[in-house]
Design a protein around this ligand. Structure first.
Ligand SMILES: Cc1cc2nc3c(=O)[nH]c(=O)nc-3n(C[C@H](O)[C@H](O)[C@H](O)COP(=O)(O)OP(=O)(O)OC[C@H]3O[C@@H](n4cnc5c(N)ncnc54)[C@H](O)[C@@H]3O)c2cc1C
Ligand code: FES
Length: 221
């Protein structure tokens, strides 16, 4: 949780950690992210964390496919850096080419740890279509685990698409997060009786498929 003094406290993923520097990648949405984007060197923010449960990052026997939509890519550079898998492929879909950037910006050495498949909805770069459509063009028998991060309709689409396969599938959900430490209940996921800030944000598809089906809105309340 990033506390922006006099404005708000907002949940952000860790995009990278390098010695004593924490990097965030975020999209300006409302007042909190806008204020954060305008802050200058020397100004103070508060940090609370790390909180919740993230992706499993280590299993030498498994091949993993990550599906990221838009700014859902935020935690992926650090995930790539930490992950130890037999094979790691990443599908990243955005609306326009201008939203893409080099995933190795924090550490060039991670470049040989993964393969990247890009997709743009306006067809300006890579595959022409959404991340989900790109996923549907990839042979899934090459993988053991699917991880999805991005907008809720994409997460729902991924979970439904792999439902009848033997793949392990996980999604990073978004709900309204207030306290971040299990006290306020604002991140409660009704269909599963879980709290996003304690039990998630990463869940198995079968734990949250009902929740994903109920609403297209990323906010829970
Ligand atoms: C676990 C988690 C990790 C996230 N990681 C990232 C990231 O790395 N990069 C990124 O760009 N975005 C991320 N988000 C979404 C980000 O938290 C929201 O975009 C941000 O809180 C919006 O705040 P705002 O004040 O700019 O906008 P406003 O819309 O004005 O937000 C008002 C309030 O609503 C809450 N809120 C609004 N949207 C969301 C949302 N989608 N999820 C949770 N709370 C919300 C905020 O806490 C804030 O208090 C993450 C969300 C979650 C739940
Ligand atoms: S945000 Fe308060 S309980 Fe999860």
């Amino acid at each position: 949780m990033v506390w922006v003094p006099r404005v708000d406290e907002i949940p952000l993923s860790i995009a990278f950690l390098d010695n004593n520097i924490i990097y965030f990648l975020f999209k300006v949405k409302g007042l909190g992210t806008e204020t954060l984007s305008k802050m200058c060197k020397g100004e103070i923010v508060g940090l609370k964390g790390p909180l919740g449960r993230g992706f499993i990052v280590e299993d030498y026997t498994k091949s993993v496919l990550v599906i990221a939509g838009g700014i859902g890519i935020a935690p992926i550079p650090f995930f790539i850096y930490r992950s130890k898998y037999k094979k790691l492929d990443v599908v990243w879909g955005v609306k326009r080419r201008e939203e893409l950037f080099d995933l190795n910006i924090f550490n060039q050495d991670i470049g040989d740890r993964y393969r990247l498949f890009m997709a743009t909805e306006d067809c300006s770069y890579g595959f022409c279509g959404t991340a989900l459509e790109r996923l549907k063009n990839i042979p899934l028998e090459d993988y053991d685990i699917i991880l999805a991060v991005g907008p809720q309709p994409m997460l729902k689409g991924v979970c439904e698409y792999i439902r009848n396969t033997n793949l392990e599938a996980y999604v990073a959900l978004e709900t309204m997060v207030k306290c971040g430490i299990g006290l306020c209940g604002s991140c409660f996921i009704r269909s599963s009786n879980k709290l996003l800030c304690i039990d998630g944000p990463v869940f198995r598809c079968d734990e949250v498929i009902q929740h994903l089906g109920k609403t297209n809105n990323s906010k829970n309340i």
